[in-house]
Design a protein around this ligand. Structure first.
Ligand code: GCU
Length: 691
């Protein structure tokens, strides 16, 4: 039976009659796949599904090269298959980075062959998915020569699942797909999740939320404590995870866990979790041994420490090096890594300043198998932030780039907001404009570095809550694989696989996707560097969806005289955390990029910007422009009625209606809020005044 959820970009619709279909059929009806390893089972299954769908006939899968055919597909390593060995240079294949692969065409005993090869099984999985992607986008494959290697060695999903509670933190797509209580029983959906991830090169999943204890839980509330994620380190749960880990392993995906820094006390009943205590050291080492006995290819631990109610080394008068290294020593004999998050709180009132102050002095002190995982910006996944000043300034530390796939602050998957252009802006940013040319994307290519995407797929039929949000999961992974891909390339791939290759549909969907992020920035921030103006509420995880600017004067720096925050040499010195050239650029309102102006500067409401408009008028105009643009995108979407399937068309159309309305709520609340302080009317009379 067809599962009752969407295939996302793995639709494999049948190729219509014509030369292309003939060519695909000739080369791919017969597939010879090496037998050897567990991943190859996944390859065979995917070929059956993908080729079966696209060719309109079941492929014939061979265990030896077929001889009486016009052409065939061969998938295997040169060592496994002569057909492959004679088609490629074996040394070149052996030299590929882990996960790399080659797709090429050749001839074997007079028969045309299409060859997918690699030196590792995971490379064969990725290569197979690449081939299927080409066919789904209706690209010719009769004469290809593709060499691919992943840019980032670790391409992770931080799956913020709340085990035992059935929920996802910041997931906007329904309940959790993982049912930890029922493990080791596996659901078909787990396999399809693994397929989706492997198809775009993800090689690690952290199964649970970084908040491994419920923030704000009262001491002694045992019922709630039973439901906390740190329990996954208990033997009874570790044993249950083995089946899930094996399933992911078939797709080249390693399993990781978020762990609680207080685990020695919570799980182990020790009196302390002090990282400098020898019993604690021993406890972590034994726990790591136990984990690796059960899951030999376990990836490692992710830790959120000293942040938002999670314990950390500060509880024990130790620092983050002590904290990370004790776990690192435990994992080291097994080849595991610690991913240690830099999202910490400390003495600074302005969170922006905290991270660099905490971590930069520790450069060079982390153990070899520690990766410090840093959010792209210094605040918290806002629609646009400057890059974290940590990037480029901790040369002796392996860093990981944390991006939020899920749309916590970008409309929570009611709004369409395509994050790929935002991430491209981050990745292309030059951390050292004085000429050494170190872009953010260059920082995550060495062993020990990587990317971590905070993703929130859930039980919803469409996995991501909004059909168009599937593109963020897709795009994140593609960028982790190859950050040089352009937004246009990624969108094109995704749209064609997701909505088909009709040029009008591709053009319209692409244009809509590219319009979403700038519109969200405009109506939810005013477009010149303000951020963090959402409604929070009093309860943990309350909202972050509606506007609530009055809650955050410390972030916006709003006064009667002006708006913006002096994160510069006149103020809290944040701009000075960057290398000199960047610090100078940000420090002067004249050279500070306009889109970040109010992040770095408190300016009078009537301060004139380059085009002669005042700060307050620019804010009003952008808020209105953002809503108008959203209306336009909605109208564009409506033109697709009948051009794509009705279910997805209707879903997105309805979401756009909600988005337009809610964008208007943001515009009205923010413009009124600015007016309340500035008391300068909108030149166009749109913002209600006192009279
Ligand atoms: C944000 C988010 C939290 C999350 C935190 C983190 O603050 O709202 O839900 O726990 O980031 O990244 O740890």
């Amino acid at each position: 039976m067809q599962p009752d959820y969407d295939d996302c970009w793995l639709r494999y619709d049948e190729v219509p009659d014509g030369d292309l279909r003939e060519s695909y059929r000739r080369l791919c009806t017969h597939a010879y796949v090496a037998e050897e390893s567990r991943e190859l089972g996944a390859v065979r299954e995917e070929l059956r599904r993908g080729l079966g769908g696209m060719l309109g006939r079941d492929p014939h899968l061979w265990q030896h090269p077929p001889r009486t055919v016009d052409g065939f597909l061969a998938v295997g390593t040169p060592g496994d298959m002569d057909v492959v060995a004679q088609a490629v240079d074996e040394d070149e294949i052996a030299d590929l980075d882990e996960g790399g692969y080659v797709i090429t065409t050749s001839e074997w005993e007079g028969i045309d062959t299409l060859v997918v090869t690699a030196s590792s099984d995971s490379g064969l999985v990725y290569g197979t998915f690449h081939l299927l992607r080409l066919m789904a986008a209706r690209e010719p494959v009769a004469d290809v020569d593709i060499v691919e290697e992943p840019a980032s060695p670790d391409r992770l999903i931080n799956h913020w699942d709340n085990p035992f509670r059935g929920s996802m933190e910041r997931g906007y797509a329904g309940q959790s797909i993982f049912d930890f209580e029922r493990l080791p029983d596996l659901r078909e959906r787990y396999r399809d999740y693994a397929r989706l991830l492997a198809s775009v090169g993800i090689n690690g999943v952290i199964l649970n939320n970084v908040n491994t204890q419920i923030p704000g839980r009262e001491e002694g509330n045992e019922a709630m404590e039973e439901l906390e994620g740190w329990r996954l380190l208990e033997t009874r749960y570790l044993e249950k995870l083995t089946g899930l880990a094996s399933l992911f392993r078939r797709y080249g995906i390693q399993t990781y866990l978020s762990v609680n820094f207080g685990a020695p006390e919570k799980v182990g009943d020790l009196d302390t979790s002090d990282p400098n205590d020898s019993e604690v050291e021993q406890w972590w080492a034994q726990k790591a041994d136990e984990v690796y006995d059960l899951i030999p290819d376990f990836g490692g631990f992710l830790v959120k420490a000293d942040s938002e109610g999670q314990p950390g080394p500060y509880n024990y008068d130790a620092d983050h090096v002590d904290g990370a290294n004790v776990l690192a020593r435990a994992l080291e004999p097994h080849g595991g890594r610690v991913w240690w998050r830099a999202f910490v709180y400390g003495s600074h009132k302005d969170r922006a300043v905290q991270q660099y102050d905490t971590f930069e002095p520790l450069d060079g002190e982390f153990h070899d198998n520690v990766t410090v995982q840093v959010k792209n910006g210094p605040i918290d996944f806002q629609p646009r932030e400057p890059i974290s000043p940590v990037f480029g300034q901790m040369p002796e530390t392996d860093l990981g780039l944390e991006l939020q796939i899920t749309g916590e602050y970008t409309g929570q998957h009611v709004h369409a907001c395509y994050h790929v252009p935002m991430w491209k802006e981050v990745l292309e940013f030059d951390t050292d404009p004085e000429g050494h040319g170190k872009r953010v994307k260059d920082l995550f290519t060495d062993e020990g570095t990587g990317m971590a995407g905070v993703g929130g797929p859930g039980e919803d039929r469409n996995w991501t809550g909004h059909y168009l949000a599937q593109a963020n999961l897709y795009g994140y992974a593609r960028l982790a694989w190859d950050p040089d891909l352009t937004t246009a390339e990624i969108t094109d791939e995704w749209v064609k696989q997701t909505f088909g290759t009709d040029p009008d549909v591709v053009e319209t969907v692409t244009e809509i996707m590219h319009g979403t992020w700038p519109a969200v920035i405009d109506y939810s921030t005013g477009g010149i560097g303000l951020m963090h103006m959402m409604y929070n509420g009093s309860a943990y995880l309350e909202n972050h969806y509606d506007p609530g600017p009055e809650e955050w004067p410390g972030y916006t720096g709003i006064t009667e005289d002006g708006i913006g925050k002096d994160r510069n040499s006149k103020g809290n010195g944040y701009a000075q955390q960057y290398p000199e050239a960047l610090a100078e650029m940000y420090d002067d309102p004249e050279s500070c990029p306009e889109e970040l102006l109010l992040f770095f500067h408190h300016l009078p409401w009537d301060h004139e910007l380059d085009d002669g408009r005042t700060v307050v008028q620019t804010l009003y105009d952008n808020l209105y422009a953002g809503v108008e643009e959203t209306q336009r995108l909605r109208d564009e979407w409506r033109t697709l009625e009948g051009e794509i399937d009705d279910e997805r068309w209707r879903h997105v159309a309805e979401r756009f209606d909600e988005q337009v309305e809610h964008a208007g709520v943001w515009r009205d609340r923010l413009s009124e809020y600015f007016y309340e302080h500035a008391e300068i009317p909108d030149e166009q009379g749109r913002v209600p005044t006192d009279d």
